[in-house]
Design a protein around this ligand. Structure first.
Ligand SMILES: C[S@@+](CC[C@H](N)C(=O)[O-])C[C@H]1O[C@@H](n2cnc3c(N)ncnc32)[C@H](O)[C@@H]1O
Length: 211
């Protein structure tokens, strides 16, 4: 599939320096993990889990919860697999290769719903991001919660820095999603849920919670 190939191309080398470099600009990820608050014995899915960085932090934060991660890039998943094995969490974190816009959770993980779903800096890399968000909401259990964190409109930053940031994100096929807040709110309503949406760091990023 073309998008899988593109993502493998972006990350084939980047995955080796990903965790070291991204901690400086994928802001708000730990806050999103803290928002997950799954119940004891619960199940959490990260859509677009990349190197497994968030899954490992979350698994340590919520020690009696089982984690599941999917990603379209087999390159990223191979880094995730070895990082998770290295810290001895392979029993509690399951991984699968799949497209966020059209996956079958039952087939991948043997369950249809999750107590919490995380989408961290993923919507900005998925062309049909609205379908992926719908899909994420559709696999929530009744009391489940979807948390997303991503680049936002940078409206509080100086014009020149917005321009530089956009050009730089283009290089990685990343596009902040205009209208993410409104779309998330509409989708939440359609599913009988609420959406809280907060700009972070002067609009550099945003954090959303659908429950
Ligand atoms: C910027 S990384 C974020 C990784 C991780 N969530 C984090 O916060 O560090 C974006 C991830 O989304 C994945 N991705 C992009 N398009 C996808 C799709 N259609 N389905 C599943 N994963 C996708 C990429 O392969 C990549 O691993």
């Amino acid at each position: 599939m073309a998008h899988a190939k593109l993502m493998d191309g972006v990350y084939a080398r980047q995955r080796h320096i990903y965790d070291l470099t991204r901690k400086y600009y994928l802001l708000g990820r730990d806050r999103a993990i803290s928002e997950l608050t799954p119940p004891s014995g619960g199940h959490v899915l990260e859509i677009g889990c990349g190197t497994g960085r968030n899954l490992i932090i979350a698994a340590r934060q919520y020690p009696d919860v089982t984690f599941h991660g999917l990603d379209i890039s087999s390159e990223m998943l191979s880094t995730a697999r070895s990082s998770i094995a290295k810290v001895g969490l392979s029993e509690r974190i399951r991984l699968a290769c799949a497209d966020a816009a059209r996956f079958d959770a039952g087939e991948l993980f043997g369950r249809q719903t999750f107590d919490a779903v995380l989408m961290s800096y993923t919507l900005s890399m998925i062309p049909p991001w609205d379908q992926a968000l719908q899909k994420g909401i559709s696999v929530l259990s009744d009391n489940g919660k979807l948390v997303f964190v991503d680049f936002w409109d940078q409206s509080g930053l100086p014009g020149w820095s917005r321009l530089v940031l956009r050009k730089w994100l283009d290089l990685f096929h990343v596009a902040p999603r205009e209208g993410l807040g409104e779309v998330a709110h509409d989708f939440a309503m359609q599913h009988g849920r609420n959406c809280l949406f907060d700009p972070l760091y002067r609009g550099y990023a945003c954090l959303g919670t659908i429950r």
